[in-house]
Ligand binder design. Structure first.
Ligand code: SF4
Length: 375
């Protein structure tokens, strides 16, 4: 008779054949991770991501997600398709996009792999039930992945694997059969604090604690409204997410690129002025298959306006003046700030003229701020 250990091993080998880079099995969400999560929420560090406050019970009790759950298969998928160091911060012409977002949207590829792996699990553990997770619901995936031996949660709060680094997606399959559990990973951050020191907005407020409200990934992707002024300069040329804390992490010197062709994006150039000129249709066409579509055009061009304001590139002034008549108030508001940054006092006549026709408060407010600053 085949043992649980053998069945689990056969599933692991099949997962690797499907293209998953890492496989492990956890039994439950560690109680201390739930307590830490609740404390994090109590401090308001989730910002506008209100979905994180919902279903806290489900996050801590997987039985509420799949009754009689006994095992969580945790999976790692490398998304690294490009080299990246910190030199991009000096680029005045191009925006910086998080490495995972350089690729095509990964959800379809992973969902197909999950289906095949679920079928295999059901073959090995006949009659079992499964539930897949690819960013689809409330689950504390990092503590589960740590318990499944996939890596440890670094001081920047991403999962890190010793021989791999941290450029990968996590996904899970809940199973109501007992599988062979893996050995949990041990923390190997030691005395290092490179990620804490590099963070442009000091979002890692203590080792292992991230205040999302300050994180550039949150500000450029999750936040839907006006970017608080105090973070705009620190955002530099980040226009969609941020990898700074991962780039400086010494463990990412072991990262290797994926050979998964379906992740590779067709168009990887993010020239700021070109992006500022994208109309609705051009945006839809350009980012149809990209994770970047998540911010919608108004979110991305808001970020691009901030990056142009930080660029010192006077060639951006013309396109920014054109964007003062954009139909999205959110974009116009950040364009006002950008013109103030690039032109200083000289922006005032342009903005005074704009103010006479402007009806939206968020734009008027930005104009008033620039006026106050330079008068
Ligand atoms: S940069 Fe250093 S402290 Fe931060 S996650 Fe990597 S090893 Fe840990």
């Amino acid at each position: 008779m085949t043992t649980v250990t053998e069945k689990t091993l056969r599933i692991e080998l099949f997962a690797k054949e499907l293209g998953f880079d890492g496989f492990g099995v956890a039994r439950e969400v560690p109680a201390q991770s739930v307590a830490k999560y609740k404390n994090w929420l109590s401090l308001g560090y989730e910002g506008e991501m209100s979905y994180m406050c919902r279903n806290v019970e489900k996050r801590s009790d997987l039985d509420l997600v799949l009754s009689e759950v006994k095992s969580v298969v945790c999976l790692r998928t490398n998304y690294l398709t490009a080299d990246k160091g910190m030199e991009f911060i000096h680029d005045k012409e191009y925006g910086d996009i998080s490495l995972y977002a350089l690729n095509e949207d990964y959800h379809d590829v992973l969902a197909q792999r999950h289906q095949k792996l679920e079928k295999k699990i059901k073959e090995e553990f006949s009659g079992c039930r499964t539930k897949p997770y690819v960013d689809t619901g409330p689950i504390l995936e990092k503590p589960l992945a740590k318990n499944a031996g996939l890596g440890w949660i670094g001081k920047h709060t991403n999962l890190i694997t010793e021989s791999v680094g941290s450029y990968y997606f996590l996904s899970e399959i809940l199973v109501d059969a007992v599988m062979e559990p893996s050995e949990p990973s041990l923390d190997k951050c030691g005395t290092c604090r490179s990620c804490i020191d590099i963070c442009p907005t000091q979002a890692i407020v203590a080792p292992y604690v991230l205040d999302s409200r300050k994180c550039i990934s949150y500000l450029t992707i999750e936040l839907k409204g006006v970017i608080p002024i105090e973070f705009r300069k620190a955002m530099g040329n980040h226009i969609y997410g941020c990898d700074d804390c991962q780039i400086v992490c010494p463990w990412n010197s072991f990262a290797v690129k994926t050979d998964e062709e379906s992740f590779r994006a067709q168009d990887g150039s993010f020239q700021l002025i070109e992006l500022m000129r994208l109309n609705d249709e051009a945006f839809r066409k350009r980012f149809k298959k990209s994770p970047v579509k998540r911010t919608k055009r108004r979110g991305l061009l808001r970020n691009v306006a901030v990056a142009l304001g930080n660029s010192g590139n006077l060639s951006a002034v013309g396109p920014l003046i054109d964007a003062l008549s954009d139909h999205e108030p959110l974009i116009r508001a950040h364009v006002v700030w950008a013109l103030g940054e690039l032109l200083g006092k000289k922006a005032l006549p342009i903005l005074n003229k704009t103010l006479t026709n402007e009806e939206e408060d968020i734009v008027k407010n930005e104009i008033n701020l620039v006026q106050q600053h330079y008068s």
